[in-house]
Design a protein around this ligand. Structure first.
Ligand SMILES: [Zn+2]
Length: 492
């Protein structure tokens, strides 16, 4: 399983979700209202959400849709602090900053220690030094970046033939004899039509398997290095990095254009590459999850988690992945403080550490807090960007999801009222809670352009549309407060 990547988790959940959604919708339940009739909230729904609570949810929505708190926070995280890879100075600064901001909101804040991998990027260059039709004495530059955890080549690089495959099966059929001593390029395609059709996470999941498992598969057949085609949906000759299982060989991602170039030349004859990647794996570093509680007025022992991950990749500044998720969770409590609303249950903001390079933060939280999972009423994570929210992926019983209808009615005015049932945890950092039975929700954003920028140097603040970020904050704040203040806790 390729667990460390939340997007993959999301993909798997979508893969699993579709048949379930189809099953629950087809055939329609007995006595279901005709499509042109207004859906009715059940008696339990009315009892759980009395008129005053509905008014409070409407006030939270209105305040969030007019609040620039989340945007100011993500601007600081990305522009003042910058990229926040695990173990970096910036990740440390971000922990201190978010903790201080949440203290300033009056929350009970603590830092939970996490040991994180510390990998730092080095030189990364490549050129084709032999290929059909080569101009005498000239080489062809290749644009690439190292994958997270990659080992290093010597400082002056390695020179080897490139073998291009499209699938794991092709690699396997080549066998050890044709792979050993070579650089393997996985030229898997990202299905842009799926992304354009609203199924970007499925396209990502299909392609990202090669980034995750390709280097190891190539190493097992004796390859000296592995390259993947960047997993992204726009072609501006930008490489996209990401997690890859340790393979003990240098591993990188070339741009889509360079993958096409190499495949084109390889079809005409031998292609030889000089590849230089000099990242370093340093000793594990000490870092932290930031955990901040707004204590509940009636059931402080019951917890609703709102969260995003604070670490990012190093190429961009981690705006859409996942500065946005952290700041909408922060705004969920900022709005309540501003409106002087106190939830019945404790609303817990978590800024997770190390989602991108192994999930050490969520593992530490599970180790330290699993005794609380039984009284954790629900957990939300936002880790799919900052674009217009459509609603939530949910892993919970159908009965529990049905109880949320009054909340969805509040969210409908700005379109964030879809509930997509999944069979997979809708967020990497809340996966352990979800697997322990905690009802889990992931903010579901319009993902059509997400993978244009994801894990690339272009994941920067300008990709966040302030009005869309406000909608995400509104969805998180309304749902968080609803789960924390509905009369009965959401059933498991
Ligand atoms: Zn992320």
């Amino acid at each position: 399983m390729i667990k460390p990547n939340p997007l993959l988790n999301l993909l798997v959940l979508l893969l699993c979700a579709l048949p379930i959604a189809a099953q629950t919708q087809n055939p329609p339940p007995k006595n279901a209202p005709a499509p042109f009739m207004a859906p009715e909230t059940s008696q339990a729904g009315h009892e759980n959400f009395p008129p005053q609570l509905i008014e409070e949810l409407a006030a939270i929505k209105a305040a969030a849709l007019a609040d620039d708190y989340a945007y100011r926070q993500v601007a600081h995280l990305t522009e003042n602090i910058g990229p926040r890879p695990s173990g970096s100075l910036q990740a440390k600064a971000a922990v201190d900053y978010v903790a201080a901001e949440l203290r300033q909101l009056g929350l009970d804040v603590h830092l939970e220690e996490v040991k994180v991998p510390h990998w730092v990027r080095g030189a990364e260059t490549a050129e084709l030094v032999e290929y059909a039709g080569q101009a005498a004495g000239a080489n062809q530059k290749v644009v690439l970046t190292a994958l997270g955890g990659s080992t290093s080549t010597p400082a002056d690089g390695i020179i080897a033939d490139v073998v291009v495959v499209n699938t794991f099966d092709e690699l396997k059929s080549l066998g050890h004899d044709k792979v050993a001593g070579k650089i393997v390029l996985f030229n898997e395609l990202f299905d842009k039509q799926k992304a354009a059709g609203g199924m970007a996470f499925m396209a990502y999941g299909e392609a990202v398997r090669y980034r995750g498992a390709g280097p190891k598969a190539a190493a097992d057949l004796g390859a000296v290095a592995a390259l993947v085609r960047s997993v992204g949906s726009a072609d501006f000759r930008l490489p996209h990095t990401g997690f890859s299982f340790p393979a003990a060989i240098p591993a990188g991602a070339v741009t889509a254009e360079d993958a096409d170039l190499i495949a084109h030349l390889a079809a005409q004859g031998a292609v030889r590459m000089r590849l230089t990647l000099t990242p370093q794996k340093l000793p594990d570093a000490t870092s932290y999850n930031v955990i901040a509680d707004l204590k509940g007025s009636e059931h402080p022992e019951q917890i609703v988690v709102v969260s995003g991950h604070l670490d990012s990749w190093d190429l961009g500044t981690g705006a859409i992945d996942d500065g946005a998720g952290v700041v909408v969770a922060m705004e969920a409590v900022e709005i309540l403080q501003k409106l002087r609303l106190r939830p019945k249950r404790t609303l817990r903001v978590i800024a997770w550490m190390d989602e991108e390079s192994g999930g050490a933060g969520s593992q530490a939280y599970t180790k330290d807090n699993s005794a609380e999972f039984i009284r954790t009423v629900a957990a939300i994570e936002s880790d799919a960007g900052a674009a217009h929210p459509l609603g939530f992926d949910v892993k919970m019983s159908a009965h529990a999801a049905e109880l949320l209808r009054p909340v969805l009615d509040v969210l409908q005015s700005f379109g964030a009222n879809v509930v997509m049932p999944t069979s997979y945890p809708p967020g990497a950092d809340i996966a352990a809670m979800s697997e322990a039975g905690v009802p889990a929700l992931g903010l579901l954003q319009d993902g059509r352009t997400y993978f244009n920028y994801h894990h690339s140097a272009a994941d920067t603040l300008d990709k966040i549309v302030p009005a869309e970020l406000r909608e995400n904050a509104a969805a998180m704040a309304v749902m968080g407060y609803a789960l924390a203040s509905m009369k009965d806790p959401l059933p498991r």
